[in-house]
Design a protein around this ligand. Sequence first.
Ligand SMILES: NC(=O)c1ccc[n+]([C@@H]2O[C@H](COP(=O)([O-])OP(=O)(O)OC[C@H]3O[C@@H](n4cnc5c(N)ncnc54)[C@H](OP(=O)(O)O)[C@@H]3O)[C@@H](O)[C@H]2O)c1
Length: 289
Amino acid sequence: MADAPLMAGKSVLVTGGTGGIGRATAIGLAALGARVGITGRDQARTVAAVAGIRAATGNAAVDAFAADMSAQAGVRGLAAQVAGTYPRLDVLVNNVGGFWAHRHVTADGLERTFALNHLAPFLLTNLLLGRLTASAPARVVTVSSGAQASGRINFEDLQGGRNYSGQRAYSQSKLANVMFTYELARRLDGTGVTATVLHPGVVRTSFGAEDQAAYFAVMSRVARLFMKTPAQGAVTSIYLASSPEVEGITGRYFANRKPKTASKAAYDTAAAARLWQASAGLAGLTATT
Ligand SMILES: NC(=O)c1ccc[n+]([C@@H]2O[C@H](COP(=O)([O-])OP(=O)(O)OC[C@H]3O[C@@H](n4cnc5c(N)ncnc54)[C@H](OP(=O)(O)O)[C@@H]3O)[C@@H](O)[C@H]2O)c1
C-alpha cells in the first residue's frame, strides 16, 4: 500500500495565498495532502485562486478566507472564521506582505507597511495560538526577507510619521518579522509549537506593484528573467511547513532551506520584548483577546 501523503490529515492556513509566493506555497502544501486555507482581500479573487489550486493539485480540500488584513477588524474576523472552520490548525504560514513607495494609512490609522507586514501576522498568530497549541506539534512559519538585514526598529517613530521611506518601512517590518519569530519561539518553549522565519529569495511576483518605487519601475524585463519563479520562491516556506527534518526546530531564520544568521539586531532580546509590548498595545491585544 502506498504511504499516505506527508501532510495528510493536517490543516494549514497560508495568508496572501491568491498570488505570488503564497499561492505557490498553498499549491505545494495541497499537493502534499494538507487541507489548505488561503486568504486574500477580495472574495471573488480568493475563490478563483482556490479553484486554481484545486485544479493544479487534485486536492479539493482548499478553502477561501477573504479579509483585508491591513485592518485589525479584518484580522480578527479572519481568525474567528478560521477557528470556526478548522477544528485543528497544524501550520500557520504568515506570508502576506507588501511594499509601498508612499505612506498610506489603514482603517486603524496605522502606517500600512507596519500594519500589514508586522502587526497582521502578530495579531493573527496570537489569536490562533490556542488552536495551534491544542494541535501541537504545530508550526508558525513567517515570510520575512533579506531586507531584514538592513532593518532598524525605530521605536520613536514605528509608523514612519516623521520621515517615511518605503525601503526603510519595508526593512523595519521584515526585521520585525524575525524579532517576532524569535520572541514567539521563546514564549512557546515547551508547548510543541515551533516558530521559524525565512527569506524566500528574489521572486517574480506582483510584489510592490500597487505603489511602485522608482527602482521597481525601472527594473528591466531582463532582470525579472533572473528572479526565482513563485514555485522556487515557495520552496523554503513549504519545507518549514512540512518537512520532518525541521520538526522541533524553533527560533531560526532560513534561506534556501538552510538555517542562516539573521541581522545582529534580531538577537536583541530586550528590543524583541519591547517590540512585542508595543505591538500588543497597537493591536489592542490583552491577555484575554
Ligand atoms: N517577491 C519577492 O522578491 C520577495 C522577496 C522577499 C520577501 N518577500 C515576501 O514574500 C511575501 C509574499 O510576497 P509576494 O512577492 O508573493 O507578493 P504578491 O505577489 O504581491 O502577493 C501578495 C499576496 O498578499 C495578498 N494581500 C495583499 N494585501 C493584502 C491585504 N491587505 N490583506 C490580505 N491579503 C493581502 C494578495 O492577495 P490579494 O491581492 O488577492 O488581496 C496576495 O495573495 C511577502 O511577505 C514579501 O514581503 C517577497
